[in-house]
Ligand binder design. Structure first.
Ligand code: ATP
Length: 242
């Protein structure tokens, strides 16, 4: 009998990823050989000083942009040079995105905001299934009781949980979060991090870009983007996960 594998099956594997921004007077290499593997149910935090390229990296992983060189494989498929059409399809079917701003439509209820992700995506779902999935996603983030509330009646933390439910409702393979607690107080931020971390119990991978070391410490792995590459972050002994 063989031993159980020590590492989870990879969802995404990036190797030697480079990105140079050419829109400025002088081209600037932001990513200079990034290697990153995220497995099923794995959570990874990415720290790094402002301007180090964290959002640039996340936008490549989320297929909003393509690398100049390197390989990007997701579930065995090569994504480094795919067309925008295919990228758009994968973005909606296999990724969930959470940003600092919640981007909720203010005239829609929490449930309608979440259901939008099902209406806009590929494939048609009968109304009853849409409703069940929407309520399940709201329940997953602990706010099923707020399904009928409009964003203006929700706190910042509740609005962000609606946004997380919207990111989770299609059952993504990867959840990508860029400073999701940036607009929240510490306690609310902790709750939001817990909710995202719990989503990995269902097998999706999570990448959290954050400046908050305590939030980063709640992830299974903590990396730092520095000089265009990802390195294991040196733990800060002053930071105790809340
Ligand atoms: N579209 C663009 N055109 C030109 N420069 C850009 C563009 N996008 C990002 N940059 C530059 O690339 C660098 C990396 O930006 P990025 O937003 O990825 O950093 P970051 O680590 O996420 O920063 P922050 O923590 O402040 O959000 C910055 O110097 C930024 O000014």
């Amino acid at each position: 009998m063989t031993d159980a594998p020590l590492t989870p099956a990879p969802i995404i594997a990036l190797s030697g990823i480079t990105k140079t921004l050419k829109g400025q007077k002088q081209p600037r290499t932001i990513l200079d050989g990034v290697d990153l593997t995220v497995g099923e149910g794995e959570s990874v935090a990415i720290l790094g000083r402002s301007g180090s390229g964290k959002s640039t990296l996340l936008s490549l992983i989320g297929l909003f942009d393509r690398p100049d060189s390197g390989t990007y494989v997701m579930d065995g498929r090569d994504l480094a040079r795919i067309s925008e059409r295919r990228a758009a399809r994968l973005r909606s079917a296999e990724f969930g995105f959470v940003f600092q701003r919640f981007f909720l439509l203010k005239h829609l209820t929490a449930a309608q905001n979440v259901a939008m992700a099902l209406v806009n995506g590929q494939g048609w779902l009968p109304r009853r299934k849409r409703r069940a999935r929407t309520l399940e996603a709201l329940d997953q983030v602990g706010i099923a009781h707020l399904a009928k509330s409009r964003p203006a009646r929700l706190s910042g933390g509740e609005q962000q949980r609606v946004a997380i439910a919207r990111a989770l409702v299609r059952g993504p393979r990867m959840l990508l979060a860029d400073e999701p607690t940036g607009a929240l107080d510490t306690e609310t931020g902790n709750l939001v991090i817990e909710v995202m971390r719990a989503a990995t119990d269902r097998g999706c991978g999570l990448i959290l870009v954050t400046h908050d070391q305590a939030h980063a410490a709640k992830m299974q792995r903590v990396l730092r983007l520095e000089d265009g590459v990802l390195k294991p972050a040196v733990p800060n002994p002053a930071v105790v996960p809340a």
